[in-house]
Write a protein that binds this ligand. Sequence first.
Ligand code: SF4
Length: 253
Amino acid sequence: MAENSGIGWTDHTMNFWWGCHKVSTECQHCYIEGIMKRAGREPFNGPIRTVDWSKPFKWERQAKEQGRRFRVFTCSMSDFFEPGADRWRPEAWEVIRQCPSLDWLVLSKRPELIKDRLPADWGDGYANVWLGVTCGIASSLHWLDILKTIPARLRFVSAEPLLGPIDFRPFLDGSFQWIITGCEQAGVGKRRAMNLDWVRDIDQQCRQAGVPHFFKQRYEGGRIVHDGLLDGEVRQAWPVCPYAMNVEKEFVQ
Ligand code: SF4
């Protein structure tokens, strides 16, 4: 797990398990494949539990000492709702529960599995959990329909890898509070190109709906660039987190 994540929209990354199964076209060039193979592991043979789950408690202490909140992305090396991790997930939920100063960004490509894998005290959502779904192509929009039905304090979409134009407007009615865009990270020859006009269009949709947009990355001159610049303006915004809306008191301790 990375203590300070290289992912621009999060502070830390916590991987409760590594390894996955490919489920969609967005998975085609999944980066965990190379990382796990270099580590001598088979990436798509289901997840393996990681050993050290102590980092979130350290970040929780630091967040309290510093009077701030940290965003924690889980899982970057798997999918939090990968069914092969069912036996470890209740313990992972318990870690999340015990770290209310951390905003947990739980991003999945398996929204249809979420409802049956929520903790018993989920209610209308933990105030420190943002639930997200990947949608990089219009044919994956049905995943937003599914996530919309799941109670959550904050829902978001990651349109990475962005593989085509997408009309998110029907979902920007208060159902989703944040959109991330970004190109595919893959080797030359494999990488599927992202057209900046698709990003511009999503940016306009977000502006019109008053939804924050985080433009994570693009390729320029053969290099990946993370500055978020779109036509000379940095487009990297975050949503207001539920805790900032005075809901601490509602969190079940
Ligand atoms: S769901 Fe995520 S981690 Fe799993 S194969 Fe797809 S891209 Fe890779």
